[in-house]
Design a protein around this ligand. Structure first.
Ligand SMILES: Cc1cc2nc3c(=O)[nH]c(=O)nc-3n(C[C@H](O)[C@H](O)[C@H](O)COP(=O)(O)O)c2cc1C
Length: 358
């Protein structure tokens, strides 16, 4: 296994794509494939990235821009960039400091991190490792409702400021790479502590699926804490309207990084329909295939108020630990700082629809 990258090697990385090969050299094969892979034929996996790349800028000139502001907000709280770290399972497969290192990088860079229920660490341990973090807690229904409620209460007590309920995992997608490799997830304390948890390939996640969950269950989940509720995994405008009607504070347009239903709409293509349906009644975030500051700019122009980045940060964690993730965030920042004046915009919120064709 190749050693972690040092400061000079990290400084020489110029885009987020590079982290993938660097991670591959530092992770065992089945683990790398679990992170990289999508479901079935991986059609949506390719299209998530391709869809952002299909848009073209009709940039404006002579706008007199002298300074740029790349800051964003998530649920009203400022963030150094309109970018947050997506919830991702079992980060111990990337680095021994796992979510602790990821959270320290997010805190150092001033962006939020969403901690997965299927993390390698408890919510309390992550806060202890990264005291200044701006954390949100991603929720799966695990074990029984009582246990799931206790997870929400613990996250709230530990300082996480929103619950991000993932709604696109009634069952796990058909993931061929994992079936071939014999992949099994490592220890996931939040799931293993659930009553009746059974360790299968996905460490109990395949057993504790949220099949049967309905819109009617949201009120109960919301009642478990006073935290804002975010619904992650929506692509249909009709579902976005229902989410708003059920009081969602934000919606994440997401197909789970193409890991669930293959041939789902690419998120870049689903975004505008959801934005129109929500009609400013909730925040709309988006993820899937975002690898460039230019992708972020396009997402904002289509009406997202923030984006989540998944795999690219996982690769950066595997390549260089906390410093690797900090480098990845710094690259996104620099790309945006250069893109904004080229677009004729002084700030992210000025990147409006008319600047993008497609
Ligand atoms: C290795 C891995 C694990 C993931 N685990 C979770 C999870 O536990 N909960 C969740 O809501 N989404 C999970 N996701 C989906 C991400 O939150 C996000 O939607 C997706 O990775 C975004 O696409 P991108 O990887 O192309 O940026 C996971 C994604 C990956 C790659």
């Amino acid at each position: 296994m190749a050693p972690r990258l040092g400061p000079d090697e990290l400084a020489a990385i110029v885009n987020l794509h590079e982290f993938e090969a660097l991670a591959r050299a530092r992770m065992i094969g089945p683990n790398f494939d679990y992170v990289a892979g999508g479901s079935w034929d991986e059609i949506t996996l390719a299209e998530n990235e391709a869809a952002w790349r299909a848009y073209r800028f009709a940039y404006r000139v002579l706008t007199g821009i002298r300074t740029v502001d790349v800051g964003g907000t998530f649920l009203g709280r400022p963030s150094a960039l309109p970018v947050a770290i997506a919830p991702m399972a079992a980060q111990a497969m990337a680095h021994s400091d796992a979510e602790g290192a990821m959270a320290r990088a997010a805190a150092a860079a001033g962006i939020p991190m969403i901690l997965s229920t299927s993390a390698s660490m408890t919510p309390e341990a992550v806060v202890e490792a990264a005291p200044g973090m701006d954390g949100m807690f991603q929720l799966y229904l695990v074990g029984d409702l009582g246990y799931t409620q206790s997870l929400v209460e613990r996250a709230a007590a530990a300082g996480y400021r929103a619950i991000v309920l993932t709604v696109d995992l009634p069952v796990l997608g058909y993931r061929e790479r994992d079936r071939r490799s014999g992949f099994a997830l490592p220890s996931m304390p939040n799931i293993e502590a659930a009553p009746g948890a059974d360790r299968g390939r996905y460490g109990g996640l395949d057993d504790q699926r949220s099949m049967g969950l309905t819109w009617g269950d949201l009120a109960e989940i919301r009642s478990w804490s006073s935290l804002p509720l975010v619904l992650k995994g929506i692509v249909a405008p009709e579902d976005a309207i229902r989410a708003v009607e059920h009081g969602a504070d934000a919606i994440v347009v997401s197909n789970h990084g193409a890991r669930q239903l293959d041939r789902s709409l690419a998120t870049a293509d689903a975004l505008e329909g959801v934005v129109a349906a929500v009609d400013e009644r909730a925040e709309v975030w988006v993820d899937g295939g975002i690898r460039r500051g230019l992708d972020v700019a396009i997402a904002m122009s289509l009406g997202a108020s923030g984006v989540l980045v998944g795999r690219a940060f996982y690769w950066a964690l595997a390549a260089g630990g906390q410093a690797g993730v900090e480098r990845a965030i710094a690259i996104l920042r620099e790309e945006l700082e250069i893109a904004l004046p080229l677009l004729g915009c002084g700030s992210i919120k000025d990147v409006r629809r008319e600047l993008v064709k497609g």
